[in-house]
Design a protein around this ligand. Structure first.
Ligand code: NAD
Length: 324
């Protein structure tokens, strides 16, 4: 029997990634699932073989003794479930975006502060070993002076019937990954992200539905600067970042398996990144959350961080110009 008994709420497309990571984590056991869609519930029972399955997540929480809950619903469904789980002192993983807007994220933060359970926002880019290894190199050289991120996609799909009701605008619902990555790469210590203090956002809509366009220039509290481009309805799904500090530049292609091009002291660095120094090649947000719970340490993406990233996303979306 593993240390941590896990339940998963919402068994749609993205939950499959969480099922895989929980199965691969030896300190976790999948015990129970909850899903309101009968077909998905049946499919998840067959595929993942939990001990129990429920269509009502409250019934699962009443009847099953759990330590950890992964909530993997669309953003518009998250808030009451997150508040309920944290109210029951469960360790709770919250999918991005943390609610429909900053107000909902703040309510989750309130619930997290009152809870004996730990809360983590599942911003998985923070936990990629390649990202952590580049970040470590940056910090060894005094921290990033400039970070940049691109996050492009075909039309988002949020224009389809019923999606807007449960999902905020694209930069919040989706490109939040790279808004958060900017903050994380700009951070100066292993466990902390930088906080945006000034933002010049420029957002507009493409001619087709589901094709918003965003540019932003950001100043962080530690003197690092950032730029962000995110366009929907362009040629391809492209997720990349670049980071610079004294005599170091790194280009991160995160579109598929991460590919990193690193320049140190004026030359291309051919040495592979030292992934073992940052938890190993299999490290991810699930292993980090297990570490935090079992060692009683704070997650790197707690709800305080969720609030700061949501603030920055909303500022870019609103075309905010000036201090935050
Ligand atoms: N981190 C990533 O890279 C990444 C990628 C894709 C999606 N996501 C996020 O994952 C979340 C889910 O996305 P998805 O594509 O899996 O959506 P989805 O619609 O396929 O799945 C969500 C599931 O939650 C279920 N659900 C809703 N309310 C429920 C409730 N009260 N109790 C139990 N189940 C409930 C729905 O029936 C549905 O099956 C979204 O917030 C999305 O932003 C993250």
């Amino acid at each position: 029997m593993a240390d941590l008994k896990v339940g998963i709420i919402g068994c749609g497309g993205h939950a499959q990634g969480h099922f895989t990571m929980v199965k691969a984590e030896p300190r976790m056991d999948l015990i129970s699932i909850a899903e309101i869609d009968d077909q998905r519930l049946e499919q998840a029972k067959l595929t993942h073989e939990p001990e129990s399955a429920f269509s009502d997540y409250r019934e699962m929480l009443d009847r099953v003794d759990l330590d950890v809950v992964y909530i993997v619903t669309m953003p518009g469904h998250l808030l009451p479930i997150v508040v309920e789980c944290l109210g029951r002192d469960l360790h709770t993983s919250v999918e991005k975006s943390p609610g429909m807007n900053l107000g909902e994220t703040r309510q989750m933060l309130d619930a997290a502060r009152k809870s004996k359970g730990k809360a983590i926002l599942s911003v998985n880019r923070r936990y990629k070993p390649e990202v952590l290894a580049v970040r470590k190199l940056l910090q060894e050289r005094g921290g990033a002076v400039q970070v940049a991120a691109n996050y492009h996609k075909p039309p988002s799909g949020l224009q389809l019937p019923g999606r807007r009701e449960v999902a905020p605008p694209e930069i919040i619902c989706d490109a939040i990954h790279h808004v958060d990555l900017l903050r994380w790469m700009a951070g100066r210590t292993p466990t902390e992200a930088a906080t945006a203090v000034e933002v010049y956002g420029h957002s507009w809509n493409g001619e087709r539905e589901g094709t918003p366009r965003y540019n932003a220039v950001i100043a962080f509290d530690n003197g690092c600067h950032g730029t962000m481009m995110s366009h929907y309805g362009v040629g391809y799904r492209i997720q990349s970042a670049e980071v610079h500090t004294e005599d170091m530049s790194a280009y991160l292609d995160l579109t598929r398996t991460p590919e990193i091009t690193l320049y140190l002291d004026g030359a291309l660095c051919e040495e592979p990144l030292d992934l073992d120094a940052v938890g190993g090649p299999d490290f991810n947000e699930t292993s980090h959350f297990a570490d935090c719970i079992l060692n009683d340490t704070a997650p790197w993406s707690p709800m305080e961080e969720a609030v700061k990233t949501m603030e920055l996303c909303e500022a870019i979306e609103q075309g905010h110009r000036g201090r935050l």
